[in-house]
Design a protein around this ligand. Structure first.
Ligand SMILES: *Cc1c(COP(=O)(O)O)cnc(C)c1O
Length: 357
């Protein structure tokens, strides 16, 4: 198989060894002569997978006592609504920071229950920066933000310091760097950006913060339903959870989040240095807010687009077309992307400059 350098923004690249183990388990799981996806989720073998996955999350992120780790369905997009149902009493107000497409969608869902007070936004500049210097109202029920803006290519380098509970959509940078889970009432993340395949969503929630809204919460949206049943209230997405578990094992084997954080910083530095050095390219977002996961950039001379596209395609690079709302290019450098792939992209950018600069 020719090596493809996969810069896809999501679903994203996963480690080769994870894909190999996952494919084996689909045929014969744990030498049961049965497939992972045809055994009972209540079987000992799968219950172990679920427990192992949850324990790996706790270990890798140093999750403190009092937090529950859940693997649910519905994507981060349902997380927007679950956030409101579980934390926003009907008719009351929560604070939101609007940093792009996903944050806007979260705001819209909060409006189903109460009021979303957008206390800061970067919409005025097509979300090309992270807002700073805003006040956080003490009477809002929580502050919600998106730690990494997958589409725009911005990332919070410092999280908001808040007296009200913090809730964060970390879909596209969870496990990419060290965080302090204890600062949050809830973190949630769709698996398919940095942890596994699409189909499961991770929730890390402070248990004592739940059950306080007085809302009449539909059973499946109530996080307490899933806590009581250890994420097995209904049939869990067994394959997505298994592959997530394998990826977390892989991450642990590398040395954990602090090690991958350094590797991710090196990859990001390598690419952004080239974007800044090379006169044919320009970054899209404010430098200090650049995402280490998704680098957005454009050509300084649009008429060379076909020539550049041909060059990166010839180098077996895949997935760097920008999101339609931003245009240009977006190179996503999630945990499993090797530094060599970034080097290949940088080399293409250099050859492009030699040829057309
Ligand atoms: C992809 C993404 C989502 C949407 O996730 P789904 O699992 O597809 O619902 C939400 N937030 C962020 C930051 C994302 O990158």
């Amino acid at each position: 198989m020719t090596k493809v350098h996969n810069f896809s923004a999501g679903p994203c690249i996963l480690p080769q060894e994870v894909l190999k183990k996952a494919s084996e388990a689909v045929v014969n799981f744990n030498n049961l002569n049965l497939s992972l996806i045809e055994i009972s989720h209540r079987s000992k073998d799968f219950v172990e997978v679920m427990e192992n996955a949850r324990n790996l999350v706790k270990e890798l992120l140093n999750v403190p006592e009092g937090y529950q780790v859940l693997f649910l369905q519905g994507g981060a997009s349902l997380g927007f609504l679950k956030t409101a149902y579980n934390f926003l009493p009907k008719g009351e107000t929560a604070a939101y920071i609007n940093t792009g497409t996903w944050a806007s969608k979260a705001i819209k869902e909060a409006e189903q229950l109460g009021k979303a007070n957008v206390i800061a936004s970067s919409e005025d500049k097509n979300f090309n920066y992270i807002p700073k210097g805003y006040g956080i109202p003490n009477d809002a029920k929580y502050l919600h933000f998106t730690s990494n803006n997958t589409i725009a290519g911005t990332q919070f380098k410092n999280f908001p310091i808040s007296r009200i509970p913090l809730i964060c959509d970390m879909s596209s940078d969870i496990f990419s760097k060290e965080i302090n889970v204890g600062d949050f009432d809830m973190i949630y993340a769709g698996a398919q950006k940095n942890m596994g395949p699409a189909g499961t969503t991770l929730y890390i929630v402070k248990e004592s913060a739940l059950g306080k809204t007085g809302n009449n919460i539909p059973t499946m949206l109530d996080l307490q339903t899933h806590i009581k049943k250890d994420s097995m209230f209904n049939t869990p997405p067994v394959f997505a959870i298994y592959v997530s578990m394998l990826t977390l094992e892989w991450l642990k084997g590398l040395g954990g989040v602090s090690v991958i954080e350094k590797m991710n910083q090196e990859k990001a530095d390598l690419l952004y240095n080239e974007i800044d050095r090379n006169g044919l390219f320009k970054g899209v977002v404010e430098k200090e807010d650049r995402s280490n996961m998704n680098a957005t950039f454009v050509l300084t001379n649009d008429s060379l687009k076909d020539q550049f596209d041909e060059m990166w395609q010839a180098a077996n690079i895949s997935g760097i077309k920008g999101h339609r709302s931003v245009g240009g290019y977006r190179a996503s450098m999630y945990n499993a992307l090797p530094k060599e792939s970034v080097q290949v992209l940088v080399d293409v950018m250099k050859s492009f400059e030699e040829k057309y600069g």
